[in-house]
Every structure is written in structure tokens, then in C-alpha cells.
Design a protein around this ligand. Structure first.
Ligand code: DP6
Length: 319
């Protein structure tokens, strides 16, 4: 049995939209931070028979989740020249029951575990390209620390190690168990119906360049501002879709305003939101305890997780 682990990543500069739907190439560049603690553990084992079996968080996967796993396995089988089938078992070891995005860590761990089970020894770039075709954000979770996924490349690349900036990402969980529209569907709908989508794509390159140079200069204030600009511009593009895609809950807005208020009081706290209602807050680790205490005190916050920059995906057991 091959066992791999991978960690969730949060995009500071967002990916939203596809340049090529079939190959799943992003329309815009993105920049992310892989987070410690938010871990997926995936086992892959060769089995006799004509079908792959997929168990996600203790339940047999069906429908689209099953098909996405099989599609990734098909990519690997084609590379290995194999028609072997696999049993895949994956667990999200996130310290919460809330629906935090787990596809990035999940597909990264799957690419690593399943490629080894099939006897392939792929480079990180190759693994990242395989994971990207399943879910573009997963390409970034192959790497630890700060990573980028460009529009001109098949794979993500590391930009800086986890220790490059001494920060924390605070994840303010605002709602439980609600199934919103998935990111793949929502970004295609945005591209098809939003009059702001082209403007989003046209401006994304400059946002990425701003975020990346701030990161390289270790300028957290500038990085935080670029991060807020990217998330609000992304959400603006989807709000203008028809019908509009609305991931903000009242609680999300309450946390966003609280973060701006904390900035008014001198804290370096910046927010970002993905395809869901939770708010992720970037801050220097020295300020994290005080900011976490302020956020925990908000009625809008059900639970607050504190994540440090994390490591790359890794194989923890191999046959
Ligand atoms: C808002 O990677 O889930 O989290 O490639 O269709 O699987 P697919 O989309 P996915 O989209 C992530 C969108 C985002 C921003 C980001 O992570 O960059």
C-alpha cells in the first residue's frame, strides 16, 4: 500500500476561470500558501478486478467525486501503460467538521499515493501537472510554503519556503454543513454569464505581479492589500454572473468588517474568501494570538483555526 499526505493551500491571489476546460488550464495566475495542520491522508493499493474503489472520509464515493478520482487514476494508468485498478481511501484530518475546501490537499495526496502504487516515480512538477488536471488548486498543494500556478505552465512552482514570512492564516469558520455551488461549476457560470469576467481576467496579471513582488520583498502590508483586492475582484466577477454567485454569508461580511476595524486599530490583518462563507485572515504570527482572540469573540465566528505555513505533500509509506 502507498500512503501520502498533503496539506490544504489558500490562494492569496486567486485562480477563477479556465483557459482550457478540457485540460483544466487556469485563465489567470494564482499565488498560494500551503497550510500546516489541514491535512489529507490518502492510501492507494492495487486490487484485482475491473473497477477502482474510492472511499472518502469513510464512505464509498459515487457520482462526480468518484469520477474525478477515476479520471486522475486514468491519467496515471496512461503514463504507466497499465490497466491495473486501485482501491483509494482518503481522509481529511481537518480539525473541524466545517466544509473547508479539501479538494486541493485531496488530489495532491492522491496523485502522489496512486502514482507510487502504479510503480511510477514522478517529479514534483509532473505530480503537480497531474493534480492540476483534477483540480487546478491541487497543483499548488504538491509544494510546501508559497507557490504559484501560472497560465503558461502545466504545473505549479514553489516561490519561497514556508519560513520566508513569519505569518499565520486564521480560518474563521462561519457556517456548518451547507453545500454551496462548487467552484468548478461556479467559475464556468461566471465565465459564461458575467459581464465582469473579462475585466477580472484582464486585471488578474497585475494583481498577481503585485502580490508576488510584495511576497518576495517580505512586505506583508502590501501582500495583504493585494490579497484583499484579488478576493474582492474575484467575488465581484461572480456576483455579476446571472444568476449571481453569492458565497458571502452575513457572518462572512461581519468578519470582513471586523478585520478592517482591526486594521484601523493598528493590526496587520487581511482577509480572503474562497468558494464558501469562511473567512481566512492573514497576519504576522506575533499578532496572531491577539487577532485570534478578537475574532473568536465575534458572534459570527463558530470556530477559529490557526494555521502556520506548511510543508509539501509527501509519501509516508511505500511498498
Ligand atoms: C476560489 O481548484 O477547486 O479556491 O480546477 O475546477 O477544480 P477546479 O477548481 P478549484 O478552484 C479553486 C478556486 C478558489 C481560488 C484558488 O484556490 O485559487
Amino acid at each position: 500500500m502507498s500512503v501520502a499526505v498533503a496539506y490544504a493551500n489558500i490562494a492569496l491571489i486567486k485562480y477563477w476561470g479556465k483557459a482550457d476546460r478540457v485540460r483544466n488550464l487556469p485563465a489567470v495566475p494564482s499565488l498560494s500558501l500551503t497550510l500546516a495542520g489541514l491535512r489529507t491522508r490518502t492510501e492507494a493499493q492495487l486490487i484485482p478486478g475491473e473497477e477502482d474503489t474510492v472511499t472518502l472520509d469513510g464512505r464509498p464515493a459515487q457520482g462526480r467525486p468518484h469520477a474525478r478520482v477515476v479520471a486522475l487514476l486514468d491519467q496515471l494508468r496512461a503514463r504507466a501503460g497499465s490497466d491495473a485498478h486501485l482501491a483509494v481511501t482518503s481522509h481529511n484530518e481537518f480539525p473541524t467538521a466545517a466544509g473547508l475546501a479539501s479538494s486541493a490537499s485531496g488530489f495532491a495526496a492522491l496523485a502522489l499515493a496512486a502514482s507510487h502504487a502504479l510503480g511510477l516515480s514522478l517529479t514534483r512538477q509532473e505530480l503537480s501537472a497531474v493534480a492540476r488536471q483534477a483540480s487546478a488548486s491541487a497543483a499548488r498543494s504538491i509544494f510546501g510554503g508559497w507557490a504559484e500556478l501560472l497560465t503558461s505552465s502545466e504545473h505549479a512552482s514553489p516561490i519561497a519556503p514556508a519560513a520566508h514570512l513569519d505569518v499565520r492564516m486564521l480560518v474563521a469558520v462561519t457556517r456548518r454543513g451547507e453545500k454551496a455551488i462548487g467552484s468548478t461549476e461556479a467559475m464556468l457560470h461566471t465565465a459564461e454569464t458575467s459581464p465582469y469576467y473579462d475585466a477580472w481576467v484582464a486585471s488578474a496579471g497585475a494583481m498577481f505581479a503585485r502580490g508576488k513582488s510584495a511576497l518576495l520583498a517580505r512586505d506583508l502590508k502590501e501582500l495583504g492589500r493585494a490579497m484583499e483586492h484579488s478576493t474582492l475582484a474575484m467575488h465581484a466577477s461572480m456576483l455579476a454572473a446571472d444568476p449571481g454567485v453569492l458565497y458571502f454569508a452575513p457572518e462572512s461580511l461581519a468578519v470582513m468588517h471586523a478585520v478592517r476595524e482591526l486594521r484601523g486599530r493598528g493590526f496587520s490583518a487581511y482577509f480572503t474568501l474562497d468558494a464558501g462563507p469562511h473567512v481566512k485572515v492573514l497576519c504576522p504570527s506575533s499578532e496572531a494570538p491577539a487577532i485570534a482572540a478578537e475574532l473568536r469573540a465575534l458572534p459570527a465566528v463558530l470556530e477559529l483555526l490557526e494555521a502556520a505555513p506548511g510543508d509539501a505533500a509527501e509519501l509516508i509509506e511505500a511498498p
